[in-house]
Write a protein that binds this ligand. Structure first.
Ligand SMILES: *Cc1c(COP(=O)(O)O)cnc(C)c1O
Ligand code: SF4
Length: 371
């Protein structure tokens, strides 16, 4: 039985717990039709493309029944445009995650930095995002990797330079509480690890996941703190259930940040971009990154020009509103994340002074002090 949650009614409660949300995963045309009237094009994409798709009833209920351009719907429903691939790099993940380098590492460990790694523990998700840059692994299933948690743990144990372990996927919060408990306990036993991070979209797509059992596993005062980053791309994704989930996480000592993806037609206009970042703060989620939509295959239709994110920070955020609402805009590459911030601040410099300009175009001077 699928229960449709009405988000227009602030009083409505989500009746399904997280397991029921997953049991009722919206991944067939019949179930999808409970939420939207799919277009012929959407039906054709679902029927003809070999791709994993689907979402939770919670997230499905946010879709607009009639509008195929709905920003939630475009993140959920497969599109024939995913077959177009003009700019995507083939074997993207192998290149991006440095999987063909000399250093021997388990499949589960992606490394671009000296003291931190991304540890992939699963390839299942609550929502199969159409724009996912790990699509080859998570959505298209063309790339098969071994996610042996113990093998990954053993590698971390004998790599003393690793002080920050970012647990990712897929979505690590789709693992059972026992599995998550095991992972955290084993990592905390490693003396050189100073922090554990989880990247999970459940805060948005499956906020019911933040139930007592998981909070008990995550919470408490420990030597090794836990940080969470979620992914919210549009203000419509922020529901009362998400507000409650974040509050519960903070209540057990966990900070929640956001890593949005800049998506054409979804959040690449000044108004949506600003509303997204302001609403995140209202929900106690700190904007951390906005990612350029990576050149992975099959997601050309989501991609903006590279400069777009910096322009949006210039035109919507910096100076226009609360500084805490400002994310860093980054391009994630095979050599790590590269920040691209607005570049207009320094207008001129000579040996005596700098000429600086603010968000309104007002000019000011600063003496150039020699070293
Ligand atoms: C993103 C990423 C990290 C974490 O980077 P931060 O900038 O510290 O958030 C670590 N390792 C890999 C491989 C990554 O892609
Ligand atoms: S939740 Fe993350 S890994 Fe899963 S499909 Fe979405 S972007 Fe990809």
């Amino acid at each position: 039985m699928a229960i449709i949650i009405n988000h227009n009614n602030e009083m409505s409660l989500s009746i399904m717990d997280w397991k029921e949300q997953l049991q009722n995963h919206v991944n067939t045309l019949d179930r999808l039709r409970q939420y939207i009237d799919p277009t012929d094009e959407e039906v054709k994409a679902i029927e003809t493309m070999k791709t994993k798709w689907g979402t939770t009833p919670h997230y499905a209920a946010l879709m607009d029944r009639k509008d195929p351009a709905c920003p939630i719907r475009r993140q959920v429903v497969p599109s024939l445009q995913e077959q177009v691939n003009r700019y995507g790099i083939q074997n993207y993940l192998i290149w991006k995650e440095n999987r063909n380098t000399e250093e021997h590492r388990p499949d589960s460990i992606a490394r671009q930095y000296h003291d931190k790694i991304a540890f992939t523990v699963t390839d299942i998700c609550a929502n199969y995002c159409r724009h996912c840059f790990r699509k080859e692994l998570v959505v298209d299933r063309a790339l098969e990797l071994r996610f042996d948690v113990d093998e990954g743990l053993a590698w971390i144990r004998k790599s003393p330079e690793i002080r920050d372990v970012l647990i990712t996927g897929g979505d690590p919060f789709l693992l059972s509480n026992d599995r998550i408990d095991y992972l955290i306990r084993k990592i905390r036993e490693i003396p050189h690890v100073e922090m554990i991070r989880f990247g999970t979209r459940t805060v948005i797509a499956l906020p019911q996941r933040m139930e007592d059992g998981l909070l008990k596993v995550l919470g408490g005062m420990h030597r090794v703190p836990i940080w969470i980053n979620t992914q919210c791309n549009h203000p419509k994704e922020l529901t009362p259930e998400t507000a409650e989930a974040v509050y519960k996480l903070m209540g057990c000592g966990i900070n929640v940040g956001n890593q949005a993806v800049l998506l054409k037609g979804i959040n690449d206009d000044v108004d949506t971009f600003k509303q997204l970042h302001l609403k995140l703060l209202q929900f106690r989620i700190r904007p951390y990154y906005v990612f350029y939509c990576e050149p992975a295959p099959g997601i050309d239709h989501f991609r903006t020009p590279v400069e777009k994110g910096a322009e949006l920070i210039r035109d919507a955020i910096r100076g226009h509103t609360t500084g805490l609402a400002q994310p860093m805009y980054v391009v994630a590459t095979n050599v790590g994340k590269i920040p691209l911030m607005p570049d207009y601040y320094i207008k001129e410099r000579n040996e005596h002074e700098y000429t600086l300009v603010n968000y309104k175009g007002q000019v000011t001077k600063l003496p150039n002090i020699p070293e």
